[in-house]
Design a protein around this ligand. Structure first.
Ligand SMILES: Cc1ncc(C[n+]2csc(CCOP(=O)(O)OP(=O)(O)O)c2C)c(N)n1
Ligand SMILES: [Mg+2]
Length: 584
């Protein structure tokens, strides 16, 4: 054994002094992220990225470990939506990567900026298909499912790789980016100084895209001549964080506005021009529709058909950052291409001081329909009966949000989603997070966790019992990080309803039915959170108020009449029908 008292030979000490300081792939990845203001990673540890997570935590980043990569990915995606910075999801190779990929594809579909960073196995073995540990050509798999995909093979390229990923995620139309980091990269060394120089701080990652002056004029001319104008706000409008300008545009023009699901709250649902409660009337009867960050996809019946009234009677103005969005489903009479903040600012400037109010008969018609619908709904929201139906339960929960407009509402399910969207008013931008463009189940706990982490506000997650099952194990994550999340499970013992019967008469239950009297609240209790079972709206209100005020992780098992729901919530019409004699 070396004697520490024995002095080093003078030559050895000189050599040690002269040796350059070294860094490696692990540190360069962390330094590159931090240099670009990224401070949080959502992931699941394992080979080859366990030490990356450890070292990131040691370097002061917040590294949140999940129970399943899909939820880490959903968390990263919604962090991107909330902050306009790419959310980072970190996964292991092949299966972990695939688990995260659903979230990456969903983020891309929804235009949320995120980066899925995945470790991968050795290129030499993967490419010869020699059967490496968790072997998969991940770059090839990811490419068609995201906005951009990159692989870094040399430590010296980490800076550029991370910079490209960030810029691709947030510039233009945001989306998901895949960054493939093979295991060998992490231990590659280079001199610290050269390493630091190789990093790139991305300047102006999402440059403003200014609309053309004539496009703005064309849009305003069309809007000016409208007799029954309508503004539709999409989640792009929420993402843009141009809240004041959008409000000014809506209020200056006096045009009724319809928010898409995640745009609720960009202007409050209680605003006098809010037309959500008269949705079918305004879609059908408007003559000029201005879409702001909303796409004419299935959620708006592709801009045609009976939803939209008389064929060819409608003219569209569309504001979007992606030129290819124009004419995707119907002709766009006035395309305005640019980022939403710049486009809305240009429209406001074009409007100047004065703008004629929309014709009074149109405003009166919209208001009359709105009031009638609100009045029709009101008694259903006030019933205090057991078992609860969706309306009475949601009637209680709408009060929770009204009293806490800064709280974030996460929502998924079928009836649980569609009815909550209509019943719960939102008052502030980016407070409603839900299944988005795909109507995907499984975003719940990932979104709730990131919403709490990124904003510090309390979160209310209203979950169908089926929807909750897709991410339910993450209640442990919620408890582990002691997050202010209250999960309400709408327990109707099934998908859509809990009353279906097996048509064969066999002993298996029907395909849409779950265990009766399931005690979901015990899941939260298992990890130290609070669990409550409620059967009336009054109990529900009390339990949720308490949870939201205490900030303690809570799961409220809300028992809903199993017969109350309808098939597929509001979108039953999308179910294909068999042409053959009906199943008995
Ligand atoms: C990933 C995924 N798998 C399956 C579906 C199909 N799906 C739509 S809604 C739903 C669950 C609806 O049941 P629940 O969440 O209990 O809501 P309820 O209508 O009962 O309130 C399912 C499985 C989906 N949308 N996404
Ligand atoms: Mg259900």
């Amino acid at each position: 054994m070396a004697d520490p008292a024995v002095k080093q030979k003078p030559e050895a000490a000189d050599a040690a002094r002269a040796a350059p300081e070294l860094t490696d792939g692990f540190h360069l990845v962390i330094d590159a992220l931090k240099l670009n203001g990224i401070t949080t990673i959502y992931g699941v540890p394992g080979i080859p990225i366990t030490d990356l997570g450890r070292k990131a935590q040691a370097a002061g980043m917040r590294v949140l470990s999940f129970r399943h990569e899909q939820q880490a990915g959903n968390a990263a995606a919604i962090a991107g939506f909330l902050t306009k910075r790419p959310g980072i999801c970190l996964t292991v190779s092949a299966p972990g990567f695939l688990n995260g990929l659903t979230a990456l594809a969903n983020a891309t579909t929804n235009c949320f900026p995120m980066i899925l960073i995945s470790g991968s196995s050795e290129r030499e073995i993967v490419d010869l298909q020699q059967g490496d540990y968790e072997e998969m050509d991940q770059l090839a798999v990811a490419k068609p499912l995201c906005k951009a995909a990159y692989r870094v093979l040399h430590a010296a390229d980490i800076g550029i790789g991370v910079a490209r990923a960030i810029r691709a995620a947030v510039s233009g139309r945001p989306g998901g980016v895949y960054l493939d980091l093979p295991a060998k990269l992490f231990s590659q060394v280079m001199e610290t100084e050269a390493g630091a120089k190789s990093l790139v701080k991305v300047i102006d990652p999402a440059p403003a895209q200014i609309p053309a002056a004539e496009a703005v004029k064309r849009a305003l001319d069309l809007l000016n001549g409208a007799k029954r104008p309508l503004i539709i706000l999409g989640k792009g409008a929420a993402y843009a964080q141009a809240d004041e300008a959008i409000r000014a545009l809506v209020e200056k023009t006096g045009i009724p506005f319809l928010p898409m699901s995640m745009a609720k709250g960009v202007l409050p649902d209680s605003h006098p021009q809010a037309a959500g409660a008269a949705r079918s009337t305004v879609l059908k009867e408007s003559d000029v529709v201005m879409l702001i960050g909303a796409r004419l996809n299935w959620l708006l019946s592709h801009g045609k058909g009976t939803t939209w009234g008389e064929p060819d009677a409608k003219k569209f103005i569309q504001i979007d950052i992606e030129p290819r969005e124009m004419d995707s489903n119907v002709e766009i009479a006035a395309p305005v291409v640019g980022d939403i903040g710049s486009c809305v600012a240009a429209l406001l400037e074009g409007i100047g001081g004065k703008w004629p109010a929309p014709p009074a008969d149109w405003i009166d018609a919209v208001n009359a329909r709105k009031q009638a619908n609100i009045a029709k709904m009101a008694p259903r929201l006030m019933k205090n009966s057991a078992p609860m139906d969706f309306h009475s339960a949601l009637g209680a929960l709408r009060k929770v949000i009204k009293e806490r407009p800064a709280a974030i509402l996460v929502n998924e399910g079928a009836n649980t989603l569609d009815l909550a969207r209509g019943i719960i008013d939102m008052y502030q931008p980016r407070k409603r997070l839900d299944v988005g463009t795909w109507g995907v189940m499984g975003i719940g706990m990932g979104f709730a966790i990131a919403a709490a982490v990124e904003t510090g506000h309390p979160v209310l997650a209203i979950e169908g019992d089926s929807a909750f099952g897709f991410s339910g194990m993450e209640v442990e994550t919620i408890c582990r990080y002691n997050l202010p999340v209250c999960v309400v499970v709408f327990n109707n013992s099934g998908i859509y309803r809990g009353t279906d019967v097996n048509p064969s008469g066999g002993s298996d239950v029907a395909t849409t039915v779950f265990v009766k009297d399931a005690r979901y609240e015990k899941l939260m209790e298992a990890f130290g959170g609070a669990g409550v079972r409620v059967t009336t709206p009054d109990q529900l209100l009390r339990a949720v108020n308490e949870a939201m005020d205490s900030g303690k992780p809570t799961l409220v098992n809300a028992i809903i009449d199993p017969a109350a729901g309808s098939e597929s919530g509001n979108i039953g019409r999308l179910n294909p029908q068999s042409a053959i004699r009906k199943t008995p």
